[in-house]
Design a protein around this ligand. Structure first.
Ligand code: KIV
Length: 273
């Protein structure tokens, strides 16, 4: 590996330690070697090879067309550019419909360089999460707005606004932690729910549109740079850090990390209530 951006490579232990010490975690998506290097050397602890690549790179309206082969291709490139961040990779739509299938898909991504795989869903993922954990594959559970279920939700909508839905989400997050999930990614939920889930879990909770009280923040790298395809809508939780960067693109990534660490991002305008 070339020069590390951190004293030591970031691991799940580093992230747990950050949570214990009340320090925030910064995470951005990356899909190729060059941006992986820029983001990693800007001090961002976690790189996500997100299936959002179906939208921001491939031009689809949602993430459903993305395949395991697509993910493996981008995962390999990101792994080559990474300089010590932890790399998480999405298992794409229908690549983890059964525990055995999740093992096979996750293995392909770990062979390509991923350190953690991310699966969208709730309690139904407990068996797969346990199986992956027992086989040495760390899992990040993704709850709240899970974009692979867009057809069930009827669009990209805030989740957990109704009290019953919110308490079910808390219960299911606990089930996934008990099944062995190492991280939780929480997308588009009201601030209070983000706070309750984060306080309830021991594992780090990384949010996107989940308010300021989670343990870390993640954004799609194109959003940090203010770049959006014309068929996509810019969500409320997005902030363009390039607009005020004094050091171009690397400065925008570093400013995002700093804003997460100091708690200046997200502010009220990026949150749901
Ligand atoms: O695929 C993706 O980019 C995500 C977002 C939540 C960051 O999962």
């Amino acid at each position: 590996m070339n020069k590390l951006a951190f004293e030591k490579p970031i691991t799940l232990t580093t992230l747990s330690q950050l949570k214990k010490n009340n320090k925030k975690i910064a995470s951005l998506t990356a899909y190729d070697a060059l941006f992986a290097e820029l983001i990693s050397t800007s001090g961002i602890e976690v790189l996500l090879v997100g299936d959002s690549l179906g939208m921001v790179l491939q031009g689809h309206d949602n993430t459903l067309p993305v395949t395991v082969d697509d993910m493996v291709y981008h995962m390999r490139a990101v792994s080559r550019g990474n300089r010590g961040s932890l790399i998480m990779a999405d298992l794409p739509f229908m690549s983890y419909a059964s525990p055995d299938q999740s093992l096979e898909s996750a293995a392909a991504l770990l062979r390509a360089g991923a350190h953690v795989v991310k699966l969208e869903g709730g309690a139904w993922l407990a068996e797969s999460t346990r199986l992956l954990f027992e086989r040495g594959i760390p899992v990040c559970a993704h709850m709240g707005l899970t974009p692979q279920s867009i057809n069930r939700f009827g669009g990209f909508r805030v989740q957990g606004r109704n009290p019953d839905q919110a308490s079910t989400m808390i219960e299911e997050a606990v089930i996934l932690e008990e099944a062995g999930a190492s991280l939780l990614l929480l997308e588009c939920v009201p601030v209070d729910l983000g706070k309750s889930i984060t306080e309830r879990l021991e594992i780090p909770v990384i949010g996107i549109g989940a308010g300021p009280y989670v343990d870390g923040q993640i954004m799609v790298m194109h959003d940090v740079l203010g770049l959006t395809l014309s068929n996509l809508k810019t969500p409320r939780f997005v902030k363009n850090f390039l607009a005020e960067s004094k050091q171009g693109i690397p400065g925008a990534f570093a400013d995002f990390g700093e804003a997460v660490r100091t708690g200046t991002f997200p502010s009220k305008e990026h949150c749901f209530f």
